[in-house]
Design a protein around this ligand. Structure first.
Ligand SMILES: Cc1cc2nc3c(=O)[nH]c(=O)nc-3n(C[C@H](O)[C@H](O)[C@H](O)COP(=O)(O)OP(=O)(O)OC[C@H]3O[C@@H](n4cnc5c(N)ncnc54)[C@H](O)[C@@H]3O)c2cc1C
Length: 383
C-alpha cells in the first residue's frame, strides 16, 4: 500500500513524484515504457518550466539560445525575441525524462518501468491499479500523469473529450552548411500551416522540425511539413518521422474526483498559443503534490486544495485561448496586429515564457498601452 501512485513518468508525473518523495511520502511511479524512451516532442524548454525542474536538467540541455525568431511568412515579417539570458533551451525528451524519473527515484520514489496501468478500481479507502506486469498496486491517492491519451482518466470515469490537436515532429539529419545556418537560432514560422505553425529546433547534431495545427483532424500536416522544408531550403539526409496529439484545452469535467488527480496533458494543460506543455505539466504536478502534502492525504481536502491551486493557471489559459483564436483563426487580424505591434507582442509573450508575467498581465498591459480597448477589457475580465 502506497500513499500515492503516480502514473506516467513525463515531466508532470516525475515532478509530482519527486516532490512527494522529498516530503517523505511512500510513492510509486509507474511508467509503461522501458526508460529511456523516445517521446514525440520538440524538447523546447522555457524558463517558467525550467525553474520547476531539478537543476541537473542543465546536463541534458543540448543547446541554449538567448534569442529566437518568429517569422510571419504570409506577411513577410520577422521578429526576434532577445534577452541577455536563455529564452529557449533544447533537449531530447528521452534524456530529459529519464533524468527526471531518476531524480524522483533517488529521492525515494519506487520507479516501476516498464509497467502499464490497465485497470482502475475506485475503492472506499484506496485506489487499486491493475498493471500489465501482473502485480497490482494500491494507494490512497493516484496522480494520473499519463499524457494526452490518459488511460487512467478514462478508466477512472472521465468522459469529456479534450481539444486534441495533431502535431508532427521529424528528427532530421542535414549537411554541415544547412546545420550551421539553422543552428543560429530556433525559429517559429506562422502563415505556412493553416491554423497552426511550424518550427526548427537545432539539437546537438540534428534538427527537430515540426508542424502543428490548432484544428482537430487537420488532414495535410505531412504535406505542410514537406512544403516548410522546401521553403527553408532544408534537404534531409535522413529523417525519423513521428506524430502525436497535444491537448490545448483543459478537461471540462474537472481535474480531481474520488482519489484521483489529473496533471499535465492528462488534464489538458498544454499552452493554447504555443502547445508548449512541459512547463504546465511540471507546474500542475507540483500543485497536485502540494495539495496532497498540505491535506495530509485527506481525499476531500486534497481535491479542494488542488482545485484552489489550479485557479490562477486556468484563468491564464482562458486568456491564452482567446489570443490563440485571434492568431490562428483570423490571419488578416494577425497580420494587422503584427504589423502594428509585432515586436511588443513578441516581447510580451517572451515574458510569459520566462515566467515573469502572465498572459493576462502581459496582454492587458499591451492592449491598454495601444488603446486596443476591447482586447484590454477581454484580457482583464477573463478570470
Ligand atoms: C510534436 C510535438 C512537439 C512538442 N513540442 C513541445 C516543446 O517543444 N516544448 C514543450 O514544452 N512541449 C511540447 N510538446 C508538448 C509536450 O510534449 C507535452 O505537453 C508534455 O510532454 C506533457 O507532459 P506530461 O508529463 O503531462 O505527459 P507525457 O510527457 O506525455 O508523459 C506521459 C507518460 O505516461 C506514460 N504512460 C501513458 N499511459 C500509461 C499507462 N497506462 N501506464 C503507465 N504509464 C503510462 C507514457 O509512456 C509517458 O511516459 C510537444 C508535443 C508534440 C506532440
Amino acid at each position: 500500500m502506497f500513499d500515492v501512485a503516480v502514473v506516467g513518468s513525463g515531466p508532470g508525473g516525475a515532478t509530482a513524484a519527486l516532490e512527494l518523495a522529498r516530503q517523505g511520502l511512500k510513492v510509486v511511479l509507474l511508467e509503461k515504457e522501458r526508460l529511456p524512451r523516445y517521446k514525440t516532442c520538440g524538447g523546447g524548454l522555457v524558463e517558467r518550466g525550467l525553474a520547476l525542474l531539478p537543476r541537473e536538467v542543465g546536463d541534458v540541455v543540448e543547446r541554449r539560445y538567448a534569442s529566437s525568431e518568429l517569422h510571419l511568412l504570409d506577411a513577410d515579417l520577422r521578429f526576434t525575441a532577445r534577452r541577455d539570458h536563455p529564452v529557449v533551451s533544447l533537449a531530447m525528451r528521452d534524456r530529459l525524462d529519464f533524468l527526471l524519473a531518476s531524480r524522483a527515484a533517488a529521492a525515494g520514489a519506487e520507479l516501476r518501468a516498464p509497467c502499464r496501468v490497465t485497470g482502475v478500481s475506485l475503492e472506499r479507502h484506496q485506489v487499486r491499479l491493475d498493471t500489465d506486469d501482473g502485480d497490482p498496486v494500491t494507494a490512497e491517492l493516484v496522480i494520473a500523469a499519463d499524457g494526452a491519451m490518459s488511460d487512467v482518466a478514462r478508466l477512472a470515469g472521465w468522459i469529456d473529450g479534450r481539444h486534441l490537436i495533431p502535431a508532427l515532429e521529424h528528427e532530421i539529419q542535414v549537411d554541415d552548411a544547412t546545420f550551421e545556418r539553422c543552428a543560429r537560432a530556433p525559429r517559429f514560422d506562422v502563415g505556412i500551416v493553416p491554423h497552426g505553425y511550424a518550427w526548427v529546433f537545432p539539437k546537438a547534431a540534428h534538427l527537430s522540425v515540426g508542424v502543428l495545427s490548432m484544428r482537430r483532424g487537420a488532414g495535410h500536416l505531412h504535406r505542410d511539413l514537406e512544403q516548410y522544408l522546401k521553403a527553408l531550403d532544408i534537404v534531409p539526409r535522413a529523417v525519423e518521422r513521428h506524430g502525436f496529439v497535444i491537448p490545448v484545452r483543459p478537461r471540462a469535467e474537472g481535474f480531481a474526483r474520488h482519489r484521483v488527480l489529473l496533471v499535465g496533458d492528462a488534464a489538458g494543460f498544454a499552452d493554447p498559443v504555443t502547445a508548449e506543455g512541459i512547463s504546465l505539466a511540471a507546474r500542475s504536478g507540483r500543485l497536485a503534490a502540494a495539495a496532497i502534502v498540505q491535506a495530509g492525504l485527506d481525499e476531500a481536502r486534497v481535491r479542494a486544495g488542488y482545485r484552489a491551486g489550479l485557479r490562477p493557471l486556468l484563468a491564464d489559459l482562458r486568456v491564452a485561448r482567446g489570443l490563440a483564436r485571434l492568431l490562428y483563426d483570423h490571419p488578416r487580424a494577425r497580420r494587422w496586429l503584427f504589423r502594428r505591434v509585432g515586436q511588443r507582442l513578441v516581447d510580451a509573450m517572451t515574458d510569459v515564457f520566462l515566467g515573469v508575467r502572465t498572459y493576462r498581465g502581459s496582454l492587458a498591459e499591451l492592449a491598454a498601452a495601444l488603446a486596443l480597448r476591447p482586447f484590454a477589457r477581454a484580457a482583464s475580465t477573463r478570470s
